[in-house]
Design a protein around this ligand. Sequence first.
Ligand SMILES: [Zn+2]
Length: 464
Amino acid sequence: MKRSKRVFDKSKVNIFPFFVLIVVVVICYVCYIQFFKVPKFSLNSEDKISTAGFSAKLDSEDVSIESIEIFLIVNNDKKFLIYSKNKFDNSKSTHDLDVGFNENSEFIKYIKKAKDSELTLTYNVQYKNKFFNSELNDSYLISVDFEPPEISNIVTDGYVYLGGVGYIRLQSSLDVKKLYLDNGNGDLFYPISNKKNDVIEHLIFFTCSNRPCNQNKVKIYAEDFAKNSTVVYKKIRTIKNKKWPKYLIKIDRENFTDKYNEILNSNIQIINKNDFLRINKVERALNESKIKKLTTDISLKKYFKGQFNQLANSKVSSYFNEERSYYFSDSKDEIIDIQLHWGYDLSSTQNADVFPVNSGIVVHVDNSLGIYGSVVIIDHGLGFYSLYSHLDNIYVKKDEIVNKNTLIGLTGTTGMAFGDHLHLGIYLQGVPVDPVEFWDRKYLNLKIDEPYKIFSSKSSKVNN
Ligand SMILES: [Zn+2]
């Protein structure tokens, strides 16, 4: 009895400091949540905005944003509400705010008249942390940047072959945040850039794909941090040195039914028109948009070197941009689908060895990329990619560094292939180009190697 009483006394003495400690910890935690877990607002262009608008960022780690209002105050006098938002996806911890100005807005009219006025940006953020509703207010001085970025010294040979690659070298002022080339056919191409003294050197590889460049010109767009923009057009002639083949293809119902069931993991008896469109049109479009995503990023390093190789001892069985019109044998008059072929089909012996066309890094390995079947995609750097499709075996892994002697797989009939062959695609920033230029040393030199050599020798002077 005596012993147990002593134990009880001891615990009674010790409980108070623990209690105090817990209270202190809780108070500290609440203070921490209240005073340290606050959102952070920042302009992407430091202290400048343009007459086109500006972009800003709201970091909101561990808090949820309820609303934000941004005001601009001119000369401590006139206040304009220029942005307000009260719906946020709070599963994200950063929010990009894009504030665009309408040319006819009150603020722009006012600021254009009073150019040298003092401008204050002020904002109010309503947010919630773990326990409380809070608000954040701040303001600081900013200026309006009326100057668009400069583009100069544009160099190009001024032409592309149909389906081929072209280049443009140019310089821009240092304030450029975004620069791209628009081929007018719906594709944008981004540059490889290097800072050199007080300018940025850019090299853009582009293609107008299977069409002439829209109105024989391309558009170069540059935007600075304050969102001012400059547009320059450059004349690019398209040389139509080839005629794209056109074929009528009779749909063999049995073969297509087998492929339908294999690719879509289905079990239909015999393919009808809608089934055919489901695989040849819908599935194809899904596969092609996936390939586009996988071949869009630009690796700034050039991995390829010298000649691009063709599949050894192979014959061309289909050309780039071949137009294929499909019909059922019982109704030849009705063309039910037309598709373009974004690569070369190369036939050799059955299960022939497939090697990369050039050095690079494997960025994608897929055993079932729809109608493309088993696929390997290799990044050659500078925005160029090659794709190997209908493979039987694949011997490489993602992120593997490969050269022209690395066995990557065997030709086969996976996906929508009816005879053993390799489908080879070459892509530039997600857009398919004709592989034929890559097999021609002269054009490869003219269009890619030489412009890159000049660009990198100019840029490397920066480091000396
Ligand atoms: Zn093919």
